[in-house]
Design a protein around this ligand. Structure first.
Ligand code: FAQ
Length: 311
């Protein structure tokens, strides 16, 4: 009966076990996971855009090879994550339609422009750094396929984060103009990185339930604080200033105090009104349409092979 199935589901969660694709789950658990995983997958593939902007203008072959590898990793992460959503019964084409029609979102920071080469470094140091802090606990998410996908994703995101640090380090140890460029990029990416963790806990619609179901392990605010505490010494090592005059060590709390990002701005950007929202979605739609022949050819190839195997 449904009551028995629910009891079994709740027992797995209570024992901190893993839910697997064939297990019965409450519809709200399934829908909330599909929502988060689809948004995560969309973030990976739309997140390639601010970086591909600089692929042809990377200052050396080494930097270009690193950036190419990073962008390819993100395409791979998108693929795993759409695959994970499929294990929950979601249809990949439907998820992409929802993205293209604006019914499903991707993370807000992707709607900001990468104005200079230093942005490639600041974007990676700060937003990949934030992604690692947010996603390491997802390696212990209650949904098995999501948790397992996150292990490899986090290893690759850590590499992305480090190469961003390395890129910025080169600039902060370069000419005064390069130093200014690095500082300017950090100034512009700090708030979007803080906003990545989502709204404050009181305003987070999904956190309570997601934590009860052990999809999430920490509140948005706890992870944001962890990120700030990690960034401050790294900024000192880099020789950049984080753009927040309220940033100060609080001995009582054992954490840095900091100013929150502008929540109204986050709401506006999520609603579609950020500096690059229209451009990002239009580019994604065009890439999807232009790639139709590749998908058709791949399907025809797969059919030919399965027909041969059957014959
Ligand atoms: N932007 O109730 P909560 C990368 C939405 S990218 C946009 O707190 P939840 C690749 C939220 O969806 C990193 N929307 O929601 C890369 C919800 O709206 P909904 C990808 C936001 O789910 C790096 C509503 O607000 N990682 O690595 C944002 O409990 C560098 C209420 O929020 C992930 O996606 C936002 N910042 O917590 C590429 C991590 N914040 O769905 C290039 C997986 C909140 O009701 C360069 N996701 N919203 O319409 C998560 O961990 C969670 O979904 C959170 C939000 C933490 C994002």
């Amino acid at each position: 009966t449904e009551a028995e199935l629910l009891a079994r589901f709740e027992a797995i969660i209570a024992a901190d076990g893993k839910i697997e694709p064939r297990d019965w789950v409450p519809e709200r658990y399934r829908a909330s996971l599909v929502r988060q995983i689809a948004q995560h997958a969309h973030s990976e593939i739309v997140g390639m855009q601010p970086e591909t902007n600089w692929l042809t203008r990377a200052p050396s072959l080494r930097r270009k090879a690193i950036l190419l590898a990073k962008v390819q990793d993100e395409a791979g992460h998108g693929l795993y994550l759409y695959g994970v959503a499929e294990t929950l019964g979601a249809d990949r084409e439907e998820l992409l339609d929802a993205l293209h029609q604006g019914r499903q979102k991707y993370l807000s920071f992707i709607n900001y422009p990468t104005l200079t080469w230093a942005d490639v470094g600041a974007l990676a140091w700060l937003t990949d750094g934030a992604a690692v802090v947010n996603q390491v606990p997802l390696c212990r998410s209650s949904y098995g396929p999501y948790a397992r996908a996150m292990v490899r994703v986090c290893k690759e995101e850590s590499f992305h984060h480090r190469q961003g640090f390395d890129l910025l380090w080169t600039l902060t140890h370069g000419s005064p103009e390069q130093q200014r460029m690095a500082q300017d990029a950090v100034n512009r990416w700090w708030d979007p990185a803080l906003a990545m963790f989502g709204p404050p806990h009181q305003r987070s619609t999904h956190s309570a339930k997601s934590m009860e179901w052990r999809i999430k392990r920490f509140t948005n605010d706890e992870l944001r604080q962890r990120f700030v505490d990690i960034c401050v010494p790294q900024a000192e090592a880099l020789g950049v200033t984080l753009p927040d005059s309220a940033l100060a060590w609080n001995t009582d709390r054992g954490h840095y105090d900091f100013s929150p990002p502008d929540w109204d701005e986050l709401a506006r950007v999520v609603a579609g009104d950020g500096p690059c929202n229209r451009q990002r979605v239009a580019h994604r739609r065009k890439a999807h349409e232009d790639g139709a022949w590749v998908r058709e050819a791949a399907m025809a190839h797969a059919r030919k092979h399965s027909d041969r195997a059957a014959a």
